[in-house]
Design a protein around this ligand. Structure first.
Ligand code: ATP
Ligand code: MG
Length: 293
């Protein structure tokens, strides 16, 4: 067991960690305290408040919302896309090495070391783009332009970065092939459509992508929640696609995190420790556990 932290009367590392786990929002500044007993009293009081907040969120989930924020945001975005003429597609989570190579992803690419391989030739998809490209290569000869499709589903990346990255996350990827007007203008419009449905304020920021080169990001509260590209793009030739297109990949847990005002994505991801942002290892208020009439 490590010795108690007596070097200063800020919260101890263990206390700070517990408070961070319990707090949906950024923690308020606390301390320095003049004595350890004062610090511990403050910790207990803050912990009690945070436990109450987690219990309140769990109660709201049970009695009112019934679905976590990430899934409610997803539903609203899906409805808006379907209303706008987009068709939902469902493609495999396991993809072949060849699909990645067609996206320009090989052993020298920075994303390569983030990939989970299940055997020599197949991996858990790190993005949806390869599958959507494949479908578009067929649909462009089966349906009239514009072809509008989207998929929502899990993606997997080995991540070493902190509070905004999950190993498994949910991407909503939409693409419109052969838009009526300018593809870049359409890209901007589609960001508006999706973000209005998500109910999250945003700004568009030009960025460099490791796969596509020049892209645009949607940022909300300073956090990247989506990356978008307007084609034609040199990669298109790998799927024999020649028309212009506009596509966005949204991270749904990032959207939920921003919508809920939290600095931590992990509580909005797939979890056995959190439900809809609420920590599960809290003690119920004994006086409130009787069955509802
Ligand atoms: P970042 O630069 O934040 O690592 P990225 O640019 O590599 O993200 P993209 O490939 O653009 O990510 O993926 C599209 C969207 O998917 C991102 O804008 C983000 O919202 C979400 N996303 C990507 N990686 C993760 C992750 N590890 N955890 C949660 N969401 C993610
Ligand atoms: Mg990006």
């Amino acid at each position: 067991m490590s010795a108690p932290d007596t070097s200063s009367f800020g919260f101890s590392p263990a206390q700070r960690q517990r408070l961070a786990e319990m707090s949906v929002w950024p923690l308020p500044e606390a301390g320095p305290f003049s004595a350890q007993a004062e610090r511990d009293r403050e910790f207990e009081s803050l912990h009690r408040d945070l436990a109450g907040e987690n219990l309140r969120r769990l109660d709201e989930l049970r009695s009112t919302t019934r679905r976590p924020a990430v899934r409610r945001i997803e539903s609203r975005m899906v409805d808006a896309l379907v209303d706008a003429g987009f068709v939902e597609v469902v493609t495999p989570l396991l993809i072949g090495r060849g699909s990645l190579e067609k996206l320009g992803l090989g052993p020298d690419h920075p994303l390569w070391r983030q990939i989970f391989w299940v055997d020599r030739t197949r991996c858990l998809r790190p993005m949806l783009a390869a599958n959507l490209y494949h479908l578009l290569s067929h649909l462009q000869r089966l349906w009239p332009l514009p072809v509008r499709i989207f998929e929502v589903g899990p993606c997997f990346r080995k991540e070493s970065k902190g509070s905004e990255h999950l190993t498994e996350f949910t991407m909503l990827n939409l693409v419109e092939l052969g838009p009526d007007g300018d593809a870049r203008e359409r890209l901007v419009d589609l960001a508006g459509l999706a973000m209005d449905a998500a109910g999250v304020g945003y700004e568009l920021v030009p960025k460099e992508s490791e796969v596509y080169g020049a892209t645009i990001d949607v940022e909300a509260g300073g956090v990247e929640v989506a990356s978008g590209v307007a084609g034609p793009h040199p990669l298109d030739a790998n799927w024999e696609i020649g028309d212009a297109w506009a596509g966005w990949g949204f991270g749904l847990e990032r959207l939920a995190m921003v919508a809920e005002g939290s600095p931590q994505i992990r509580r909005f991801g797939r979890s056995l420790m959190y439900m809809d942002g609420a920590r599960l290892n809290v003690q119920p208020d004994k006086s409130a556990t009787s069955r509802e009439a």
